[in-house]
Design a binder for this molecule. Structure first.
Ligand code: EPZ
Length: 428
């Protein structure tokens, strides 16, 4: 089994370049199914979730090739299948975008429900409500969600809860429907805007993405074009937090500073130094960090996908910090792993109370999900001694070359096979 072995206590210093956004890529790539022409997609992150969604498109009959390590050329003109295979859809959550994209293209989709839950139940009832509003009949039979419409008709859809996935999925289904669909109380995350921009670049007519009302005027056909995916807000935030955690000095490059505002503000509140440039952010630290309270919220609030990372950081900041998770029901499962470092954290439902300790101590731990994995890495970078992190498959789903990027900043981190006989102390 692969693991990271990290010797803590090293300051991160230097520059790191952020990859394309995972949560944009996993929506933009299936959105190519709507396009009858060639889509050139640039700044595609090299991560497992992208590999899986590319494999699904190929399975459906798309021609997909990499023109360089981060650029994809996708041609879905000859796709005739609307039925996605369980073996692949089960490997990622974002496979639910296949429903909107296939329904939008063929008026028919057969897709197994998305892969397992790591932090509580993840319903897709609002996606389904949106498809039904557009005129589709949606059923669930023998492990497959089937959506079918004789014809998709524009509709007015009010989202009961702000949902990134449902907003994007309804957008995908509506892009070729007849008339103008209006999504109210839409999610405003940067990747929602990115998908709308991609669709417009391919010939769609989507207005208002980034506000809470999105209007999609159906067009007959999308015919192709070139699009560059935005930088990953969460990867950037992870490096910003890691820089502050190690009292480092890191220039985080290829970011959109506007997307980072809630993280920048929180780190400044905690006494880190954050300087913004056109497309980069420098994070450094002069004094001690201060405790802080954090509440996760839909964009532009503090992202839930950075909650585990900031909890790791605050677990070694003296004083009491209170973290409220208001997006997911059950996103503190990883806390039991952080306690192995000596962190003192009590969880009651959606609230975690952290009593910051002077020093974390390295320990063997697991990445229980993707962002929990990033949290373990940050704790390990701060901790005294050696940490081993298992279950790297979660981290590999969403972070490109994490260990190389960290090593170039001065971290002592190696990826090892657990069967390798070397002593931990010799390899880090
Ligand atoms: C996206 O998930 C992200 N994933 C998640 O990132 C992220 O945590 C989440 O948005 C919130 O920002 C992708 O973009 C692929 P939601 P999504 O629908 O779209 C409830 C990561 O680590 N809800 O915005 O699935 C839901 O239970 C991942 O990169 C319903 O009740 O999240 C949750 O409480 C993890 N019914 C809230 O809405 C629905 O039909 C927000 O979920 C849909 C959602």
């Amino acid at each position: 089994m692969e693991k990271f072995v990290i010797m803590g206590g090293k300051r991160l210093v230097g520059e790191v370049t952020i990859s394309g956004a995972k949560n944009a890529a996993v929506a933009v790539i299936p959105a190519a199914l709507l396009v009858e022409g060639v889509c050139r997609i640039e700044n595609v992150p090299s991560i497992k979730d992208v590999d899986v969604i590319v494999d699904i498109l190929k399975y459906l009959g798309a021609k997909v090739k990499y023109t360089d390590s981060h650029s994809l050329e996708i041609n879905c003109e000859r796709v005739r299948s609307f039925s996605a295979p369980y073996e692949l859809t089960d490997r990622m959550r974002a496979s639910y975008y296949l429903i909107g994209a296939l329904l939008g293209r063929f008026n028919h989709a057969e897709v197994p429900p998305p892969g397992g839950c790591n932090f509580g139940c993840r319903p897709i009832d609002m996606h389904i409500k949106g498809f039904e509003a557009l005129g589709a009949k949606v059923s669930f039979d023998r492990g497959v969600i089937e959506a079918h419409a004789t014809k998709l008709q524009a509709a007015q859809v009010f989202m009961d809860i702000v949902s990134v996935g449902a907003t994007i999925n309804i957008m995908l289904a509506a892009v070729r429907a007849e008339g103008t669909t209006v999504i109210e109380n839409a999610a405003k995350e940067p990747h929602v805007v990115d998908v709308a921009n991609f669709l417009n670049a391919m010939g769609a007519d989507v207005k208002g993405a980034g506000t809470d009302i999105i209007k999609i005027r159906g067009v007959g056909k999308l015919s192709g074009g070139t699009y560059t995916i935005i930088p990953d807000q969460i990867e950037a935030g992870t490096f910003m937090i890691a820089a502050a955690a190690t009292a480092g000095d890191v220039l985080v490059k290829n970011v959109i500073p506007k997307h980072m505002e809630s993280i920048t503000a929180k780190l400044i509140e905690m006494n880190a130094r954050v300087e913004e440039f056109d497309d980069s952010i420098r994070v450094s630290r002069e004094g001690e960090l201060q405790k802080a309270n954090v509440k996760t919220l839909p964009y532009p609030g503090f992202p839930t996908d950075l909650q585990p990372q900031i909890v790791a950081l605050l677990s070694a900041v003296p004083g009491t910090s209170v973290i409220t998770e208001s997006v997911w029901d059950n996103r503190f499962q990883y806390v039991s792993e952080l306690r192995r470092f000596g962190a003192q954290i009590n969880v009651d439902g959606r609230v975690a109370v952290i009593e910051g300790v002077e020093q974390l101590t390295g320990a063997p731990v697991r990445a229980t999900d993707l962002r929990a994995g990033a949290s373990m890495v940050i704790a390990a970078l701060m901790a005294q001694g050696v940490t081993e992190i298992y279950d790297l498959r979660h981290i590999d789903r969403g972070y490109e070359d994490l260990e190389d990027k960290l090593r170039r900043l001065g971290a002592q981190i190696v990826r090892k096979n657990d069967d390798t006989a070397d002593m931990v102390g010799e390899v880090v």
